[in-house]
Design a protein around this ligand. Sequence first.
Ligand code: SF4
Ligand code: SF4
Length: 305
Amino acid sequence: MNKGIIFNIQRFSLHDGPGIRTTIFFKGCPLSCPWCQNPEGMRPEKDLFRHSARCIACRFCVEHCPEKAVELTENGPVINRDLCSLCLICAENCPVEAFEKAGREITVGELVNEIIKDRIIFEESGGGATFSGGEPLMQSGFLISVLKALKNEGIHTAIETSGYASWESFRDTLPYTDLYLFDLKIVDPGKCKEFLGVNIEPILENLNKLAKNNADILVRIPVIPSVNDDLRNLNLVVKTLNSAGIDSLELIPYHKLGSAKYSNLDLNYSMHNIEPPGPDQLDRITKLLEASGIIIHSEVEREND
Ligand code: SF4
Ligand code: SF4
């Protein structure tokens, strides 16, 4: 597939694999994690942010919206999302960028050219390109074409994945992927269904199959108090790693920095009452996992690798 849809290219990333990396965020995700920091990556199509405080009340959007989906209030524009067809006329014409589009189409060649601009940084830092999202494997044809081209250029490649994709799409990335950043969010089957909206089995099967194929895997656990930090889930994490023959993981404390994006997309953010884990909570989890023989990597340690 020659074209994909992405919503960001982030250069100088330090937390998405070894060295300094260029991270490309793909649109579309099959999960619905309520703590997601990139809600603009959830839907496969383009999206529309609303920054009402910037509005200068010129009324362009109200008068030109073909669906009559915008109403101007004393607090700025309000979008009727049921009517909005995402034509993006408002985002392309608002003089103060009170609307902002999220997502753009890009060809394989255009994306590869963007990435190889950073070749010197990759060579000097031991870095490369990381594909994130959303779930990059939702656009597996496009992803594989980009990975192949980067391998021809000798660039290190990593995929950050939730693990929820068909095995065939994982399998086809194997020859061109140097590292899988495997985000194992929740292993407890009931909680996985409750919070992510999917069954855990395909995720665990993909992890096992990647390991059997000798893929380089870094398992990462987002630590979310009262969601996945309980003893039952942590014991299941240990069991999962043992059965895949993986002896280490990285803990990533959950944070709320992306919460404002939810209101800008008119989405509900349900995590207001859950605070990020403190040092004591992280220490407790680290000790518990280490007592089971798991090696815990920290992001700082990896930055210094
Ligand atoms: S086009 Fe922009 S500045 Fe003009 S009314 Fe709409 S949101 Fe406000
Ligand atoms: S994206 Fe198009 S349909 Fe939606 S609010 Fe803007 S102008 Fe109207």
